[in-house]
Write a protein that binds this ligand. Structure first.
Ligand code: F6P
Ligand code: MG
Length: 454
């Protein structure tokens, strides 16, 4: 039940796997050590200091394993809910493998799990997130795009009563298409690729206006936006209207996801939104419960934007207050299943986490955000670009009960599918004309699978 194409591995020099495993992961881990050291130097309690020094020593051991390409060992039973899932996968498939010859997706995920283990076995630092400072800081440097959206959307979405039904639906369709793109391009600012971005670079990535969106639609290489609208417009009032988001990054991307989810609720297209985050620090910038709480609370109470006008700050407070209210009323639910922080691809979701599969199968539409989720959906393997999306995601489309799935992803790694019948030629041309097109985040896909009734 595996795809017929080989999975990318660290020793594949032609793939982004090679640079990631050899250079990017050690760099990210080095920065994580710097962060923990900074925290260490701010401590006063002897017990906590000694405990944190030991965490840092374990991170240094991990650095040694990673740069020396050590064999992957089982995860220590550190009390996290996913230990059995991890060790089952290691025992079954990756016994004796090292960081470079194990599948890239697995080895990269394994590194983040080992990093978590460094803290989980400690007494005081189990919840410590080495990327938290960076996540908060990047949001604080995203002010232009943050206020552009809050000034537009603080006022609840309402279509004028003077329009005919057809005009109303058209206004709603246009808003849906625009906000789907806002949600999509929010994914271009993930921190694992963009360490040390300048404020100008962040601004360029985050501009949201209408003209900009028309121009960026050209860069959506596999584009099911219209089919997606056909699916979503039929949800209203019909089946309970539950929409799920399998989240990717904290800060600005999460903020865009929430603006979109807010519209889906207010327009009556959905009645409940469930957000799925990570249990611990994952691929640098992924959303944890703490990031979720931080965003909503900082919008309402924070003082992150000293140069903003009172109107801008008020718009942000109103949005944040409304979102917190959705959470209180159960219209927005935040969840964190252990499966999301494992090395399994989603081809294995229905067998390795049947409870989660059943839960998702009750949703009317599941959005998967970002590059990593896309890699997991597609088994991170060398499928031709013309491969139809529902074939590329295997059991997530073909198993009984598979929900409708939409992947909103800016292309930041090798796997590219769903480009249509001409897809292989398009990919070949881009390979020639724009080397690096698969990792620049300039291109994107919006792909839909219709699922299979249970
Ligand atoms: O390290 C590579 C990677 O996993 C890529 O897939 C992607 O560039 C990045 O990390 C994570 O991106 P995202 O936050 O969009 O999943
Ligand atoms: Mg991410």
């Amino acid at each position: 039940n595996n795809p017929p194409w080989p999975a990318y591995r660290g020793y594949h020099e032609y793939s982004f796997a090679h640079a990631t495993m050899g250079v990017r992961l050690p760099t990210i881990l080095g920065k994580a050590i710097e962060d923990a050291t900074r925290t260490l130097n701010e401590q006063s309690s002897e017990d906590k200091i000694i405990d944190l020094v030991q965490c840092i020593e374990r991170m240094e051991d991990l650095m040694h394993d990673l740069s020396g390409n050590a064999k992957l060992r089982p995860i220590i039973d550190d009390g996290e809910a996913d230990v059995a899932l991890w060790n089952k996968e290691i025992a079954k498939y990756f016994q004796g493998k090292d960081f470079m010859n194990a599948p890239w997706l697995f080895a990269e995920a394994y590194k983040y799990r080992r990093l978590h283990e460094c803290f989980m076995v400690s007494k005081y630092w189990q919840d410590y997130d080495v990327f938290y400072r960076q996540k908060c800081d990047t949001f604080s440097r995203s002010s232009d795009a943050v206020f552009e959206l809050s000034m537009r959307f603080a006022e609840p979405f309402k279509i004028s009563d003077n329009l005919s039904d057809a005009e109303k639906l058209e206004a709603e369709r246009l808003m849906f298409l625009e906000l789907t793109q806002v949600c999509l391009w929010g994914n271009s600012t993930d921190l694992s690729l963009l360490i040390n971005m300048t404020e100008e670079q962040i601004k360029a990535l985050q501009s949201t206006g209408g003209d900009h969106l028309a121009a960026t639609e050209k860069n959506i290489l596999g584009n099911h936006l219209n089919q997606l609208w056909d699916t979503v417009k039929d949800l209203r009032g019909k089946t309970g209207g539950r929409i799920d988001f399998v989240l990717d990054n904290a800060g600005f991307e999460l903020y865009c996801d929430c603006v979109y989810a807010d519209f889906l609720l207010q327009s009556g297209l959905a009645t409940q939104i469930r957000f799925h985050g990570k249990r611990f620090a994952w691929f640098v910038s992924d959303v944890t419960r703490k990031d979720w709480d931080w965003l909503l609370n900082t919008m309402v109470y924070g003082q992150l934007f000293p140069n903003a006008t009172e109107n801008e700050l008020e718009s942000l407070r109103r949005l944040g207050t409304r979102w917190k209210q959705y959470e209180k009323e159960g219209k927005w639910v935040y969840e964190q299943h252990p499966f999301w922080c494992t090395g399994y691809t989603f081809w294995e979701l229905h067998t390795e986490a049947p409870d989660l599969f059943l839960h998702l199968s009750r949703s009317d539409l599941v959005y998967f955000k970002g590059d990593l989720n896309h890699r997991k959906l597609t088994y991170d393997c060398a499928a031709p670009a013309s491969t139809p999306f529902d074939i590329a995601i295997g059991s997530m489309a073909s198993a009984a009960g598979a929900p409708k799935i939409a992947s909103l992803r800016t292309v930041k790694s090798d796997v590219v599918v769903g480009l249509g019948a001409e897809g292989d030629e398009i990919a070949e041309r881009l390979d020639k004309e724009e080397p690096g097109w698969k990792i620049s985040g300039k291109y994107a896909v919006v792909l839909l699978s219709e699922g299979r009734p249970g």
